[in-house]
Design a protein around this ligand. Structure first.
Ligand SMILES: Cc1ncc(COP(=O)(O)O)c(C=O)c1O
Length: 467
């Protein structure tokens, strides 16, 4: 792993410092951002390497947020940086509705072996755009409009994706609507009830809310992301596959967050042995460069009339080059093995924390899609843990409305960074548990890494409300 060979401390931001705005200019500019953007912290980051980032004051933090699950090969992996530099020097933008371009065609060839037998590709820039494309394709291919989504799901912030998003009232609330008609909701197994109850609810749904003849698709995150980091049981995914077939509906797997290796399989559906009809992927696919894809079966995608799909920036050549380099890193450096290994190490450490601290009620994976849930009676606990981590040198986010934190380090995270980050997290949990008067939380130990750096003139952040 490249990280093992590099000492992050050696970085110290010498280049970035020459490019930095003054503190005054930063404060002025930050105040001009739309207040609709919520963030964990007002800290200003300037540089990253591997699993670490540095702020404008030179403070170092371990990054278990990864730009919300995006920097799969870590910040600035040398192979990704080299591929981006090379492509940026070859052409500025090659538009996919004007001509083909070579990088996108190469990427199709490289992605297909991971695509669960699906063989038609559409490239876009964001996860929401990919989900919009998937919904559109499902409606075109079936000639039906209805979509079943799951309670607690998150699919994006465009009107079409908000219509199927229920992970938090902040997304759909605040006059976001009217949203497109045609969404129906079922409970997510593990969140809304046990598997038998969830199966029953699906059957009821097509008796009470939408006739099967009007149902285009069922869309599901195989591991619920923003809604709380909850994996769907494999048996439920298999049942859903059969249920969709029985009702003539297409199965869309939204793997925007769980895909590109995050769970230890390239796509989470693979581990369940389930082939979706349509799959959406983004985030870690290009190590941080904006790229998403809709992937489908030929017999479905080939029903589309030419011209209905597109987008100015979709399949940008630099992003495609970054994705190809990301796959190179995956294959040459055993990234999926690392995800499984570090996921197991992290789960074991977090389970020790659970045994020590009664505030922790659940620890879940798979892979490096780690969720830690706290006792729901401890209102605000997860947000407080997240802010305590940030103040002590670890970026770690909350997930959903269920008092859960998500830990999503880069997929190349090494032992040292993982252990250090988990130690900061464990201390934060114990500190907050003490604050809430939870018995038996143990003594948080002072740690040596991560120096607090709240920027002068900026207020500290509120809890994360993200994606
Ligand atoms: C499962 C899932 N779908 C869709 C999206 C939307 O992606 P984007 O923020 O790139 O539009 C997200 C973002 O977190 C996601 O987790």
């Amino acid at each position: 792993m490249f990280q093992a060979a590099l000492r992050p401390q050696a970085l110290k931001c010498s280049v970035a410092r020459t490019l930095q705005a003054s503190e005054e200019a930063r404060v002025t500019a930050a105040a001009k951002l739309f207040p609709g953007i919520k963030r964990l912290s007002e800290r200003v980051l300037v540089q990253g390497l591997g699993s670490r980032v540095w702020d404008a004051d030179g403070n170092e933090l371990i990054d278990f947020a990864s730009g919300i699950g995006v920097t799969s090969t870590g910040h600035c992996h040398p192979k990704v940086v080299e591929a981006v530099r090379e492509q940026a020097g070859l052409a500025s933008h090659l538009q996919m509705s004007v001509t083909h371009h070579d990088r996108a065609l190469q990427l199709i060839e490289r992605l297909e072996p991971y695509a669960l037998g699906l063989d038609r590709f559409f490239f876009a820039t964001s996860g929401a755009e990919a989900v919009e494309g998937a919904l559109r394709l499902a409606r075109q291919a079936t000639g039906r409009a209805g979509v079943v989504a799951f309670r607690g799901g998150y699919h994006g912030r465009t009107a079409g994706t908000l219509a199927i998003t229920t992970s938090g009232i902040g997304y759909r609330g605040g006059n976001a609507g009217p949203l497109p008609y045609g969404a129906f909701f079922a409970p997510y197994p593990g969140l809304g009830g046990d598997k038998a109850y969830c199966r029953e609810q699906l059957d009821l749904l097509v008796k009470q809310q939408v006739a099967p003849s009007e149902l285009a698709a069922v869309i599901l995150e195989p591991v619920l992301g923003e809604g709380g980091f909850v994996p769907a049981p494999h048996s439920f995914l298999k049942h859903l596959r059969e249920w969709c077939d029985a009702h003539g509906a297409l199965l869309i797997a939204d793997e925007v967050q769980s895909g590109a290796g995050r769970t230890g399989a390239f796509y989470a559906c693979e581990a369940a042995g389930v082939q979706p009809d349509i799959l959406t992927t983004a985030k870690g696919l290009a190590s941080g460069y904006p790229l998403s894809a809709v992937i489908s079966k030929a017999e479905i995608a080939d029903k589309q009339p030419p011209g209905c799909m597109g987008g100015t920036y979709g399949g940008n050549a630099v992003a495609c080059a970054a994705a190809i380099a990301t796959l190179d890193v995956f294959e040459e450096e055993g990234v999926l093995d690392n995800v499984r290994k570090q996921g197991a190490r992290a789960t074991s450490t977090l389970n020790t924390l659970k045994a020590e601290c009664p505030a922790v009620v659940d620890v879940r994976g798979p892979g490096l899609m780690l969720g830690v849930e706290f006792d729901k009676s401890l209102t605000g606990f997860a947000g407080e843990v997240s802010r305590e981590c940030e103040a002590n040198g670890l970026l770690a986010l909350t997930a959903g409305v269920h008092e859960a934190c998500r830990l999503i380090p880069p997929l190349i995270v090494n032992d040292e960074d993982l252990d250090e980050g988990l130690a900061i997290f464990a201390d934060a949990v114990k500190t907050i548990a003490d604050r809430h008067g939870v018995a038996g939380s143990g003594d948080p130990k002072p740690h040596t890494t991560g120096r607090p750096a709240v920027l002068r003139g900026l207020t500290t952040g509120s809890s994360f409300d993200g994606a």
